[in-house]
Design a protein around this ligand. Sequence first.
Ligand SMILES: [Zn+2]
Length: 441
Amino acid sequence: MPAPDLIIRGQRVVLPETIAPRSVHIREERIVFVGDYDDVDSGCEIVDAGEESVVMPGLVDTHVHINAPGRTEWEGFRSATLAAAAGGVTTLVDMPLNSIPPTTTLAGFKTKLETARDDCFVDVGFWGGVVPGNTGELAPMFAAGVVGFKCFLVPSGVDEFEYVTETHLREAMPELTRLGALLIVHAELPGSIKTSSDHVADYRSFLDSRPCVAENEAVELMIRLSREFDTRVHIVHLSSAEAIPALREAQAAGVKITAETCPHYLHFAAEEVPEGATEFKCCPPIRERDNREELWGGLKDGTIDLIVSDHSPCPGEMKLRESGDFMKAWGGIASLQLRLPVVWTEARRRGFSLLDVTRWLCANPASQVSLAPQKGSIAVGGHADLVIWNPDEQFTVTPSTLHHRHKLTPYRGEALSGVVQQTFLRGRKITNAPFGEILLR
Ligand SMILES: [Zn+2]
């Protein structure tokens, strides 16, 4: 076997089935051998994670809004991918909306690719969008390399990305099935969502305006349509735990439907959101403590199989923190850099292991977008995407340490466990040069 270029080793290397002392041998960007800890007599460079830190697959985050081009002042590829690397993320997938143009046409996708090129510190893939009237664009976008398609069942928050109704889905879903493409869905239906021009600073009133039933009914609709059209469907950012039994039953019956949730739904609770604290606003909303524990139950039994950030930044002033108006503030929480410590802090508290966390943050998101086993696990033949971090070290979130373009965050002051030390992309430590690649399906 040719000599490796680099060996990364540690006492706690997270493999798919076990955590053990191992040496990970890397050559030409890939893992070529996983040996015992001492299996390193090659004379090549060795990075040792030591006794306390773990070596884990680089995180895969398939739900990130980068907003470029067109709204680059909201985030942008440089700042987002730098934040990703600082958080141990080596692969992310950009959402098709909030950029102008949105990724809903082949031309829009090409513009996106030109914008991202040369500006990525981690590897980046792209979702396309399903909007009314763009069925003819789906095949060209899929052939050009988007990993799948997203739609909204409620207004998305931006005019250029319109939501779809069942009628639109009945046109798009047969085409998605024909392509073998995954449809990811923002699952809230408008019928039971209350809109109001009143000033609402009380979180309870905002929460009541976006009840569980809006999500539950949307999930039921998508189960029915997935069954009818045999389309692979994935529910993004599930917040209502009431929808879990229907998902579990559908999955057991063979319906091709999966679901994700997000760190903020697993960490915060509605009862603790202060008056006017619009940095906590996202849609669907953060719900009550009991609901949060049921989401953890959904992860435990596998009904929910991945946790992604839904990193959805905007300029601080759009959060209207001064007036504290939950109805008018932009809905979205930026957490790309914090997903690992937030999830680990909460998972450990509930008795989950690093193997569980690795499945939710790395392997399952990679599988969702057909990047496994190249991404998301420490396995021979895969990309040498690795993060070294200390799961026992604690820190307090200070906005100035975040690489997100805008620093307003509900995590400010939170004490978390898990400090990222080094992130490696395809065998190279990520420093100050962006060598991330564009990932086309
Ligand atoms: Zn989103």
